[in-house]
Ligand binder design. Structure first.
Ligand code: ZN
Length: 124
């Protein structure tokens, strides 16, 4: 059985729904939702509202923590590669979407997540 975790939305407990209600009749309270899995905020928030609340509260802080970019990121022919498949003839190839160059790939290269780096460079 997977472990239960709490929604990380800072205002989750303020949304008045039946499933958040806890306690006896004379001492009712709403609590943060607790589930084995969530769909939002990378699996940490119960709804888009809670995800948005988290972002509004912590987003700018997280940007400062992990570092703001201070120079523009640049796409050049070196990092404009993607892996594609031609469904007409079933050929696999690396495609450069700036130069429109195509380089044939083997099935093994096509299936390998490291053929194109995370920043779009061709690694073969
Ligand atoms: Zn929530």
């Amino acid at each position: 059985m997977s472990q239960l975790k709490y929604c990380q939305g800072p205002r989750c407990h303020t949304y008045d729904t039946k499933d958040r209600k806890r306690g006896p009749k004379d001492n009712k309270r709403n609590e943060t939702r607790r589930r084995s899995s969530f769909y939002y905020l990378g699996g940490n928030a119960c709804s888009m509202m809670c995800e948005r609340d988290w972002y509004n509260t912590f987003g700018a802080l997280a940007l400062r923590h992990f570092g703001m970019i201070t120079q523009p990121k640049v796409l050049t022919a070196d990092n404009a590669w993607s892996v594609r498949r031609d469904w007409n003839n079933d050929n696999r190839y690396a495609y450069n979407y700036l130069t429109e160059e195509r380089r044939p790939l083997t099935q093994q290269q096509y299936d390998n997540d490291n053929t194109i780096t995370d920043d779009g460079r061709l690694a073969i």
